[in-house]
Design a protein around this ligand. Structure first.
Ligand code: AMP
Ligand code: TRP
Length: 329
């Protein structure tokens, strides 16, 4: 059985991009593998979070994981700050990292550029904490969207560096797992930009918990082009290409099939079908979410997930401590 680890930050409302690029793959993988899925709240605080909002979003995100089909009997679901080995190994990974390689991370450059002169150091040391998340579980595969490729590369580098430095195979070298389609959902308003939970323009983003009428409105107003013909060209028709990607992902088909289905139809009809398909995909998730969010079972599941995670994480961490000479006895 392979070990799978992934995490999502509770830093905003979950988007269709998060669902198609990340969550959906998580639940598929739980059948055949040993899975750990984490609400990475300590990553979220690399930029300031309002405490009440962070608290609420942590629970919401956990409920959405479950609503999307995560089975707590098959996969451990837990909150990062409840497993202290993440921060502990994160510090060790920080000491192994070079400032230069951290400064080269595009996510760091993007986020730092928004912070003016006072760039929180945690933005820079975000990747070594992410490496710790992954390496604690001896992870084989990490399902994420393609924006996380660079972070996976540095995780592998740090694992190899550690193993080489201490001349012992302490860490498994993890691999990225990119899902089939919908790995990069674009903004509905600026389709050359990634759909993001931190976008200020809510018309650009479909949230997993959006009401059907909002989903219809957003897709109806999505940016397209003047050609009025549904065919795939990400260069010249990024808006239509994005809607085709979304439609293909939620209905489990490919571009060619989408082109055939809508040949001869205009954008108005196509957009209606895309909206209907997205609503159909999200509705069952929203229903289960409503049943879970105020249910004590949510806490029981997270407690149980943290116990299992601590058990696995402490095995790796204790080994690290011993190999590095950080133990006293
Ligand atoms: P984030 O929202 O950046 O915390 O990302 C959480 C997970 O969702 C990561 O695995 C991302 O790669 C994935 N993800 C985020 N936005 C998108 C998007 N627009 N399309 C596909 N995957 C995404
Ligand atoms: N960096 C990821 C993101 O922004 C979130 C994350 C933190 C993560 N730790 C992780 C993803 C470990 C996978 C594995 O989306």
């Amino acid at each position: 059985m392979a070990v799978i680890f992934s995490g999502i930050q509770p830093s905003g409302n979950l988007t269709l991009g998060n669902y198609l690029g990340a969550l959906r793959n998580f639940t598929k993988m739980q059948e055949q593998n040993e899975c750990y899925y984490c609400v990475v709240n300590q990553h979220a605080i690399t930029v300031h979070q309002d405490p009440a909002l962070l608290h609420r979003r942590t629970r919401e995100l956990a409920a959405i994981y479950l609503a999307a089909g995560l089975d707590p009997e098959k996969a451990a679901l837990f909150v990062q700050s409840e497993v202290p080995q993440h921060a502990q190994l994160g510090w060790i990974m920080t000491t192994l990292s070079y400032v230069g390689e951290l400064e080269r991370m595009t996510q760091y450059k993007d986020k730092a550029a928004k912070q003016g002169d006072s760039i929180p150091a945690g933005l820079l040391t975000y990747p070594p904490l992410m490496a710790a998340d992954i390496l604690l579980y001896q992870t084989n595969f990490v399902p994420v969207g393609d924006d996380q490729k660079q972070h996976l590369e540095i995780t592998r580098d740090l694992a190899q560096r550690f193993n080489r430095l201490y001349q012992e195979e302490v860490f498994t070298i993890p691999e990225i797992y990119l899902g089939q389609g919908g790995t990069r959902v674009m903004s509905l308003q600026e389709p050359t930009k990634k759909m993001s939970k931190s976008d200020d323009n809510t018309m650009a983003t479909i949230y997993v918990l959006d009401a059907p009428k909002d989903i219809e409105k957003k897709i109806k107003r999505a940016q397209t082009d003047s050609e009025n013909s549904v065919h795939y060209d990400a260069e010249t028709k990024p808006g239509i290409a994005n809607l085709m990607d979304i439609y293909a992902a939620v209905t489990d088909t490919d571009h060619a099939a989408v082109e055939r289905e809508f040949s001869g139809q205009g954008y108005g009809q196509f957009k209606k079908s895309v909206a209907a398909a997205v609503i159909a995909a999200l509705e069952p998730i929203q229903k289960r979410y409503a049943e879970l969010i105020d249910n004590p079972v949510l806490d029981a599941i997270l407690d149980q997930g943290a116990v299992k995670a601590r058990e696995t994480a402490s095995r790796t961490y204790d080994k690290v401590v011993q190999v590095m000479g950080l133990d006293r006895k």
